[in-house]
Design a protein around this ligand. Structure first.
Ligand SMILES: Cc1cc2nc3c(=O)[nH]c(=O)nc-3n(C[C@H](O)[C@H](O)[C@H](O)COP(=O)(O)OP(=O)(O)OC[C@H]3O[C@@H](n4cnc5c(N)ncnc54)[C@H](O)[C@@H]3O)c2cc1C
Length: 416
């Protein structure tokens, strides 16, 4: 009897034993990717890019997408693309333990970035799985997880960000279709997206949270116009998206008519989890880089700098433990709530601490280029932090959620 055939009541029928799965994953990666060498960070060597947002030209974005797509397809076709997903929609139906094994083994190898799929897989796909019709699940989930298509999140509007329920983009029913008119803004990745999750106003007479409906919209449909916006870091990774008489089949509705607020909340919870998730340090530069910057500037004995570096490192560890608690809740089948807000807030608060430490370490060379390696390059990180503090719910809004739902403080008064 092979290990695969052993009956284990805790495993779904036909699932390989974890050690067999791990061996398969490692064999696949050995054959298709380069093993990472043990890299020790040496000040002055390699790239000094620590930017939070990619600063890529259109041609570079398309080349990146092609490389990401080839890798995503190869991984999916080998059975490692959607390890925990339901089999009827292209997943492998394995418990999350197998996903953790894959992530651990894959980290030993150098592989192309899959970040272009982050919003689609981290936020839109779970919402489709929870709220879409079978037709939409069958049409898109496999393609999304295989990297064939990219998805974006069409929520924010010029007058609806934190107060998302004020959004005005209208969807009006016309037989078996809906006709959409309006404008979205700050749509990350829309310039390379094939589909989007859009929340529209379907009943302006109802109270604002109750008159909304979610849909999956084809970003190549007639009437969809994407205009890139340039951010202060120099690049253009998010967009304005205009909808003029865009038709969406009713089968592409997410959830009930006027039930869009529930749909949006599913996405937002997943958004906070994916921004604040990981080990509590996603998006933060490696602390080694910070410590070496202090050494290079001969600030390693400065008590203020030492204190600032210690605060960054301690808070990163604490955020890591908080995130593990949230992940344990998810693994136990519970819905994480305020933990996700806490995770997001912890991350951005530590980014701000990192900026403070950087300004003590680098002084004016942080904001005016001297041409020296590893100095002015940090300005890209600094300029990206405000965006991180806003995206996925601003710091202030996260604090409101924690104040009201965790500390039980009175709700803030509604605007008159
Ligand atoms: C990098 C980036 C990527 C993004 N990507 C996407 C995307 O892909 N799709 C998408 O739909 N949106 C996206 N957004 C938009 C994002 O969701 C909104 O910017 C965010 O919700 C804030 O909304 P707003 O910009 O309209 O600011 P506002 O809501 O107008 O807020 C302005 C200020 O007022 C504060 N404020 C607002 N309400 C309160 C309150 N009740 N109490 C205390 N303070 C308050 C805020 O904290 C902020 O400082 C992105 C934003 C960024 C920065």
């Amino acid at each position: 009897m092979t290990v695969t055939e052993q009956a284990d009541p805790s495993r779904p029928a036909g699932a390989p034993a974890p050690e067999v799965f791990e061996a398969e994953a490692r064999a696949f990666l050995e054959a298709n990717a380069e093993r990472r060498t043990v890299e020790s960070f040496v000040w002055g060597q390699g790239s000094d890019d620590v930017g939070l947002f990619p600063e890529r030209t259109r041609a570079q974005q398309l080349a990146d997408l092609a490389a990401s797509r080839t890798w995503a397809q190869t991984v999916f076709d080998a059975g490692f693309g959607w390890i925990t997903g339901p089999q009827e929609y292209g997943g492998r139906g394995l418990p999350s333990e197998y996903q953790r094994i894959w992530s651990r083994v894959a980290a030993e190898f150098r592989t192309p970035s899959l970040s272009v799929y982050g919003i689609g897989l981290g936020m839109v796909a779970p919402t489709i799985l929870a709220h879409a019709t079978d037709e939409v699940k069958e049409a898109y989930l496999r393609k999304m997880w295989r990297g064939d298509i990219v998805a974006c999140q069409l929520f924010s509007e010029p007058s609806a960000g934190s107060d998302l329920a004020s959004l005005q983009t209208r969807a009006v029913r016309d037989g078996d279709e809906w006709v959409v008119n309006g404008q979205k803004v700050w749509t990350s990745g829309a310039q390379v997206s094939d589909i989007g999750e859009i929340i529209c106003r379907t009943d302006p007479e109802l109270p604002k949270h109750r008159g909304l409906t979610g849909f999956v919209v084809d970003m190549h449909a007639p009437g969809v116009e994407v205009r890139p916006l340039r951010q202060m870091t120099g690049g253009a990774s998010f967009n304005e998206v205009f909808f003029s008489d865009v038709r969406i089949p009713d089968s592409h509705r997410l959830g009930e008519v006027n039930g869009g607020w529930t749909v949006a909340l599913t996405t937002l919870m997943n958004e906070r989890a994916s921004i604040g998730g990981g080990a509590g340090g996603a998006g933060l530069p490696a602390t080694t880089r910070l410590i070496e910057a202090a050494r290079a500037m001969d600030k390693q004995h400065d008590p203020l700098v030492r204190q600032q570096l210690a605060e960054v490192i301690i808070n990163e560890r604490v955020a890591g433990y908080t995130n593990r608690r949230a992940m344990a809740k998810i693994a136990a089948g519970q819905l994480p709530g305020p933990e996700m807000s806490l995770a997001k807030l912890s991350l951005t608060a530590n980014m701000v601490r990192t900026c403070d430490a950087l300004s003590s370490i680098l002084g004016p060379s942080l904001v005016a280029s001297t041409g020296a390696w590893g100095t002015f390059a940090w300005s890209q990180f600094l300029l990206g932090v405000p965006g991180m503090r806003i995206a996925g719910g601003s710091d202030e809004v996260m604090r409101n959620i924690l104040g009201e739902r965790v500390l039980g403080l009175p709700k803030e008064p509604a605007p008159k």
